[in-house]
Design a protein around this ligand. Structure first.
Ligand SMILES: Cc1ncc(COP(=O)(O)O)c(C=O)c1O
Length: 455
């Protein structure tokens, strides 16, 4: 397989071109080129403006047949062939930063895969990245390297939430928090956010009312997946002080910290201007969203409180892989340039989707994302029209949103994540991943508009 010229030996490119609806891109030989399609670009909303630039995010990169959850899992659920577009699970469709591929290629020249001796280079990369991009001065012993946010969070839940006690979550929030809690045998209490002035806001009265003595930890998701909030310093301080007052430890999930839209500013919980609040927290993060390295199993958590860090470490053991360390180190050291272009591409994808939905899908509600490459669309009206509430029971589906998920695949080929998986407040909504070529996004939007406007 040659990465440079995008030949995709071993992957079923023909199927991908057909399934992803990018046939319009194919030239006589069936090979997509940017110049062909870029020449057709206009300012109209129905045709996306392509980015060009140093790295190519415009040409759809074939992932079908690579055993990827985003494109290869849904067809297992829809074996009849109705599935076309994987816009669910949080991974990017882009070809990864060349520095990562080069580092991996270099390492595979050496043909021995015994145990690793050191993760010093990785740790240095983590410290430098946090200093340069988040203004955080972390000491090396304050950081524990992990093989995912999941194992770190589960360890923290085991450390801080004894059996019979609870964990607080401001929802809608990442569905994985519920699976982590199940693994740690911990009950979650949802505090549903309010949708106000086009933004999800914390319901402060409800949040504080739910800070009962049996609540021992709270997850803060910043930026919030799936609603896209980039929490302000004031909001984080207010949450942090309430938690302190009620003896609740803050577990801050910042895995989407780098994916911030222009005009918004990310504030790490660990940099809040209140030492007591910071010392009552641990942060769990990674660059696996930043560089699409989820399969490389690498993350870390840190705390300014050595006591709290030690308590979590007792429940945690990381099993890193050599290739994961190589890939992450390369990304920390050399990936910034690639990520900047990727981030502005995704920012424009958000704007394109916002304009398209507002103009062409008037019954669908749009929430403006401040961060993450997710968007949380409100399909309440379509769900009412198709009777999703009644139909989900008749079809034995977990929720109306799960029924709608199937309906959308059958009527448009588009696979989205049901809002009901994200806790209270997710009803009527579906989560869409926007980290794809704008040409794929265009086909997805047109297919969804066709289905929804006909319902
Ligand atoms: C908010 C959030 N936390 C954690 C994860 C999963 O992290 P990891 O793959 O490192 O376990 C995700 C993945 O989408 C996420 O969105």
């Amino acid at each position: 397989m040659s990465i440079g010229n995008k030949s995709l030996t071993g992957f079923d490119r023909r199927t991908f071109m057909k399934n992803a609806g990018v046939a319009a891109l194919a030239g006589a030989g069936g090979v997509a080129t940017i110049s062909q399609s870029a020449s057709a670009q206009e300012s109209s909303i129905s045709i996306p403006r392509l980015a060009g630039g140093k790295y190519d995010f415009d040409t759809p990169y074939n992932r079908v047949g690579s055993d990827c959850a985003r494109w290869d899992s849904p067809p297992l659920r829809y074996p009849e062939g109705t599935f076309k577009y994987g816009m669910g699970v949080a991974s990017m469709d882009f070809e990864c930063a060349p520095c990562i591929t080069e580092a991996l290629q270099d390492r595979v020249k050496h043909h021995n895969w015994g145990y690793l001796s050191s993760t010093e280079g990785l740790r240095n990369g983590i410290l430098r990245w946090n200093g340069e991009h988040h203004g955080l001065d972390l000491s090396p012993d304050a950081v524990t390297i992990s093989d995912g946010v999941y194992p770190g969070m589960i360890a923290a839940m085991r450390a801080f939430v004894p059996r019979g006690n609870k964990l607080l979550l401001s929802t809608p929030a990442y569905s994985g928090f519920y699976s982590m809690a199940r693994a740690a045998n911990v009950e979650i209490v949802d505090s549903e956010m309010e949708y106000k002035n086009g933004r999800y806001e914390i319901n402060w009265e409800d949040l504080e009312a739910k800070m009962t003595p049996d609540v021992r930890a709270m997850i803060v998701c910043n930026p919030q997946n799936p609603t896209g909030n980039v929490w302000t310093e004031e909001e984080l301080l207010r949450v942090g002080r309430l938690c302190l007052e009620h003896n609740i430890i803050v577990l801050s999930d910042e895995i989407h910290a780098d994916v911030i839209r222009s005009g918004y500013k990310f504030t790490p919980f660990g940099r809040l201007p209140d030492e007591a609040v910071v010392n009552n927290s641990l942060t769990f993060t990674a660059i696996s969203k930043t560089f699409n390295l989820a399969g490389m199993k690498n993350a870390y958590y840190y705390s300014k409180s050595p006591i709290m860090l030690g308590r979590v470490n007792k429940h945690h053991r990381a099993e890193l892989s050599t290739l994961g360390v190589v890939a992450n180190e390369a990304a920390y050291n050399e990936g910034w340039d690639w990520f900047q272009q990727a981030n502005s591409y995704m920012d424009e994808n958000h704007t394109y989707i916002e304009n398209y939905v507002k103009q062409n899908m008037p019954t669908v509600g749009y929430v403006r994302n401040e961060g993450t490459y997710m968007t949380f669309l409100d399909f309440t009206k379509t769900m009412e029209t198709i009777g999703a509430k009644e139909q989900h029971r008749a079809h034995d589906k977990a929720s109306p949103e799960h029924y709608f998920q199937d309906w959308l695949v059958h009527n448009s080929g588009v696979y989205l994540n049901p809002g009901s998986d994200y806790g209270s407040g997710g009803a009527g909504h579906m989560r869409m991943n926007i980290a794809s070529s704008r040409l794929v996004i265009r086909d997805v939007l047109e297919a969804m508009a066709g289905a929804v406007n006909k319902a």
